[in-house]
Write a protein that binds this ligand. Structure first.
Ligand code: URA
Length: 286
């Protein structure tokens, strides 16, 4: 492998953003083959050099892998469960290399869960400032009134994990004593959809994530996984920059989202102190 700038390698390993990686270098926290490196321009070869951050060896895979799983209920989103319950990793068959979930779905939640070994992209996608859209279909007890929908959409509901941001809620269908609603979030607080709906007296009996950053499950059966297409990876890279959505890669109708309050960022520019990751052609599988 050709040598690359240390801060880029540290970011790719998912340890820190490039900017934070620069600070780690300046702070003397980074060693290459046992020697402290303080120069920001320094390069290293991830294939042959031992790069350590705070004494921890960075591990690199040769090529990035991006996977979509249609998660069934009854699986924990973790690499290993101390209680011995089935984990989402048990469902990944035929995937080369070690991949990690991008965010999490509850034990009882079904639907679209991404995995990757591209730590830098995963970090950006999960960062709240990126406002990556996630769409959930929720089966609830009863039917939401217009006032309840307006309350949810306005945000400001206080959960244990903080105040909710504005979101979008749409009635989908009614079935007897229950109904289905579609909730579009641009954040990811723990058990957020369940807690928000429960708070208004509509406990959730089934929850399915149907979209993530505009990616859809399509024909993927429950419990199955597949590699992302190049178009889907590009879409994630755009979403990771916090840009407004383009039409979905698979042809599904785009979700309407609340207006983005910041100007569309230019890749590679700093916005509020964060370096926006430039489009990375190498990461796209063809
Ligand atoms: N909101 C929830 O309540 N649960 C999930 O798994 C995801 C979002």
């Amino acid at each position: 492998m050709p040598p690359e700038r240390l801060q880029k390698l540290i970011a790719r390993a998912g340890i820190a953003s490039r900017r934070a990686a620069e600070q780690l270098i300046l702070d003397g926290e980074v060693t290459v083959n046992g020697r402290v490196v303080l120069e920001l321009g320094s390069k290293a070869d991830p294939a042959s050099d031992h790069i350590k951050v705070r004494g921890k060896l960075l591990l690199f895979t040769t090529s990035p892998v991006y996977v979509m799983l249609n998660k069934p209920a009854g699986y924990v989103t973790t690499m290993k469960d101390p209680q011995g319950r089935p984990t989402v990793v048990d469902l990944l068959r035929g995937i080369r290399g070690r991949v990690f979930p991008v965010g999490r779905l509850d034990f009882d939640t079904e639907g679209l869960l991404l995995f990757t070994n591209d730590g830098a992209l995963a970090r950006e996608l999960m960062h709240p400032s990126r406002r990556v859209p996630k769409i959930y279909a929720a089966k609830v007890t009863g039917k939401l009134t217009d006032e309840e929908i307006a309350k949810l959409e306005a945000g400001g509901m206080v959960l244990e994990t903080g105040r909710t941001a504005p979101c979008r809620v749409r009635r989908v269908r009614e079935s007897g004593q229950s109904s289905w609603v579609e909730v579009t979030l641009h954040e990811g607080k723990k058990r957020q959809v369940r807690l928000m709906l429960e708070r208004l007296g509509h406990p959730v009996s089934k929850l399915i994530r149907t979209q993530y950053a505009g990616l859809v499950l399509g024909e993927l059966s429950l419990g199955k996984s597949r590699l992302l297409t190049a178009a889907e990876v590009r879409r994630l890279q755009v979403a990771a920059q916090g840009r407004p959505e383009a039409p979905p890669a698979s042809g599904a109708a785009p979700a309407r989202r609340p207006p983005v309050r910041t100007a569309a960022p230019v890749p590679g520019r700093r916005v509020r102190g964060r370096l926006l990751v430039p489009f990375n052609k190498k990461a796209v599988r063809r």
